[in-house]
Every structure is written in C-alpha cells, then in structure tokens.
Design a protein around this ligand. Structure first.
Ligand code: MG
Length: 458
C-alpha cells in the first residue's frame, strides 16, 4: 500500500507555517479555526496547545474566537509539547486539537498543526477540504445562545508524563545521570520529569519558557548543542538529550558530548526494537539512512518506505497494522520516532525514555553502542530552483539503466549507493541525498547528480 501526497495550498507537510506579520497572522489562525470548527460542527470540543513562541498567545486568542463562534468548545492546555497535545486529544476523547508551533523554525515564525480525534495530524484529503472551506469562507457561525465554552487545563502534562513512565521498567534509570536541553521550549514541563520518575539524576539547561530562545535556536544542531555537550562531560552524564521547538523530535549527544545524527539514533532504536521483535516491520520515509535497513536485516525484520513526512509514515504504520502486519516502530532520520504502542505520532519524550532504557539494558556507553552500528556516509544538498519536476524527469532518463523508485521524487540505486532527488514540499528547492558505505562512492554520486541538474538551477 502506498500513500500519495495531494496538493495543498496553505498547509505543508507539517501544517501551516510562516513569519508573523507577513504570512502568518491572527487572521489566518482565525480562519483555520472557523474552517475546522465548521467541519466538526457545533457542540464538539477541541484541545488547544502552543509552544513557547512570543506570538503564541495572539494566535491562541484568534483560534479561541474561531472555534467559539462556530459553537465548538475549547480546552486550553497552554504550553505543551506537540506529542503531549496529541496524547491529550485522544486521552480526553476530544473531537480534535490545534497546536500552535513552528517546530524547529526561528523565533519570528509560527504555525498551526491540526490534530484529529485519534491524535494523528490531519491527513491530506481532509486538509484540502479544510482549505476549501477557508478559501470560500464557508464558515458556519452559530447564534448567541449556541456559542462554545472556553475552559483551561494548564497542568495536563501530568497524564502524558505518567503514560510514558508506565511503559518502562520501574526505576530503570537509577544511578544514571542525564542532561536535558529543552531549548526554552515546552519539553521543560515533561522530559526532565519523565527521566526523574524513571530514577535518573537530571540536569536541565535552557530550562525557562522563553520564546526569544536565548539559549539556542529551536533546531537542535551540533553547533546549537555545544552547551549541552559541555554539561554532559562536566556531570559525567550517560547522554544528553535536546528537543526541537515543539519536542516531537529528540536529538542526542553521547557520554563524550559528541553529537549523534538522527539517522544513527533511529538505527540504534530500530536495532533495539528488532532484537525484541524478530520479523517485525519498520516504516520510514525514503530519505532515511540505510543503517535502519541494515540493522533490521540482522533480525529478519523489513523496512517499508513511504513518501517524506512523518504523517505519511504514521498513517502507513496504522494501515499496515490494521492489515495485520507486525509494525514495531516508525520514524525519520531527524530525531522523530513513532512508537505505535504509545501513539501514532513522533514523540520526543518517548525518545528520551527509550534511549535511557536502551543504554541501561545494553549496559554499555552510548558511544560503544553507536560504534557497533554499520557505518554509512550520507551527503545532503539543496539547490534553489522552480524546475524541480523537470529535474526529476531528467533524472529518470539519465538513470534509466538503474533501478528507480518514484514514490517521492526519484530514488536511484546504483552499486552500493542510493540517491534521492526530490522537490521540497514547502520551498522552491530540490533536495538531493546520496549514501553509501563507501564515502567516495557517495560523494561521486552527489557530484555527478549536481552536475546533471546545474542547468535547471536559478
Ligand atoms: Mg517539531
């Protein structure tokens, strides 16, 4: 089975995003809420969450207004990680949710993710319906006596924390020191507490809600995490964990403070799950490192590839499970991992707890566990162009002699290497990935592709 991406106008792969005052405004937030409220109908109840951005309250007020005017009730959970809101929507049996976040984007951005009643992000077909309602302004506003109610539930993270802690052995982190860098974001309220309740000694940096992000930018890059690395070394911690701006992703540094690529983390976690579930299925986008496929093969597990975007991985996982397939884990190479027994979305807090469980059970330093993984070298490039579709068509002709896969852009297998050339879903860009166990082969493959596409660039 295969999910196909449909064309959307406002919404990208992970909701609507833009710069405040330019392409993201309270007016847009109001219309999104009115459209979603119209789709749900009067009397329904939605959960609202936000990250720590300065613009969050302004957008939240607009979203309140939109839902209430359509007769929907709003429960405001205030500042929560995206996966926490997703958990709460399902746990409270709500009819939907809205998360105000621009995830890893810089502070001037904000955005909106729409959550369905089952806690998953809204799929393409319903998102297009929502957009059509927005474009044609077909909003159903109710009369004064049918307006919705607004309530607040500011301490709801507790239920999410308990749900994660309950999935791991009691006190499994006893004696283990961990450093958490929530990056002044919403995971301040969740990840340190999850690890403490699992028995860890927890140090926290950038531990104050602050939408100016004074400690580091919301994208957890190696440069941004140098303070985390230093703190891990200083405290003799087993590892450090950092989150992006809405904590659906987790990025780690090892006990030496070395940055761990998200593909390596996924490979490690996949290996752990495969060892416990031989023959299982892993679901991941075509852009993920083959390290996952390599570790899966050791345990007779298989990998099901999807188009790029965690929502496609999550929905594919659920469909495969409904068909009776033994799906054990899903995710991406950017630190976003989906644990289907917990919920069908990326969850940074689950990642942190899983890494702890893994390091404790394997009883080895994280750097040793990483060293045991097969080594691949991946190159990633992006180039500005409005002719990305032509580039993909050209690649299809140029690499006609090689096995190709066109479910998202074009993926080419050649020798021990693979390449992926795909148009960006959100910007006038083409992204190019190459990977091989042989670094030279991956580099040459990249150079050859860049040479072939140079005539299509701006
Ligand atoms: Mg995110």
């Amino acid at each position: 089975m295969e999910l196909v991406k449909l064309e959307k106008q406002y919404f990208g792969t992970n909701g609507v995003r833009g710069v405040i005052g330019i392409d993201m405004t309270p007016q847009i937030a109001l219309e999104i809420a009115e459209a979603f409220g119209t789709m749900l109908g009067p009397g329904k109840t939605v959960g609202l969450g936000r990250d720590t951005r300065i613009s969050g309250p302004a957008l939240a007020a607009a979203i309140h207004a939109g839902f209430l005017s359509c007769g929907c009730n709003v429960i405001d959970f205030d500042i929560v990680p995206t996966p926490c809101l997703q958990y709460l929507v399902r746990d409270h049996h709500l009819d939907g949710g809205v998360m105000i976040t621009a995830s890893h984007n810089p502070p001037e951005y904000n955005g909106i993710k729409i959550i369905e009643a089952d806690g998953t992000e809204m799929g393409d077909e319903r998102t297009i319906r929502l957009e059509q309602t927005m474009i044609h302004k077909e909003f159903c506003c109710v009369s004064w006596d049918k307006l919705g109610n607004a309530t607040a539930e500011p301490h709801a993270c507790e239920r999410y924390i308990c749900a994660i802690v309950a999935r791991f052995p009691k006190d499994c982190g006893r004696g283990i020191t961990v450093v958490v860098d929530p990056g002044n974001g919403p995971a301040i309220a969740t990840t340190p507490e999850i690890l403490r309740r699992l028995g860890c000694i927890v140090h926290v940096i950038n531990e104050r809600f602050d939408g100016t992000f004074p400690g580091r930018l919301p994208e957890p890059t190696a440069e941004g995490l140098c303070e985390l690395s230093a703190k891990v070394v200083e405290t003799n911690a087993a590892f450090g964990v950092a989150h992006d701006g809405d904590a659906d992703r987790a990025i780690f540094v090892d006990e030496h403070g070395r940055f761990v690529d998200g593909n390596i983390t996924f490979g490690l976690v996949a290996s752990y799950f495969c060892s416990k579930n031989p023959g299982g299925v892993i679901v991941t986008p075509v852009s993920t490192s083959r390290v996952v496929e390599a570790v899966a093969a050791v345990y007779g597990c298989s990998v099901n590839y999807t188009v790029v975007g965690s929502i496609y991985a999550a929905r594919t996982m659920r469909t495969l499970m409904e068909e009776g397939k033994p799906v054990i884990i899903g995710g991406e190479g950017n630190g976003g991992i989906i644990y289907p027994n917990h919920q069908f979305c990326r969850d940074g807090g689950m990642n942190a707890a899983t890494m702890l469980d893994l390091v404790v059970e394997r009883n080895q330093p994280l750097s040793n566990l990483i060293a045991e993984l097969p080594t691949f070298t991946m190159y990633q490039e992006k180039r500005r162009t409005r002719r990305a579709k032509e580039i993909v068509a050209h690649m299809q002709v140029y690499f006609a002699g090689c096995p190709t896969d066109t479910r998202d852009g074009i993926r080419i297998a050649r020798g021990g290497a693979w390449a992926l050339i795909r148009p960006s879903g959100t910007e006038p860009l083409v992204r190019v990935y190459t990977e091989s166990k042989d670094a030279d082969e991956a580099k040459q493959f990249m150079d050859e592709i860049l040479g072939q596409i140079s005539g299509y660039l701006e």
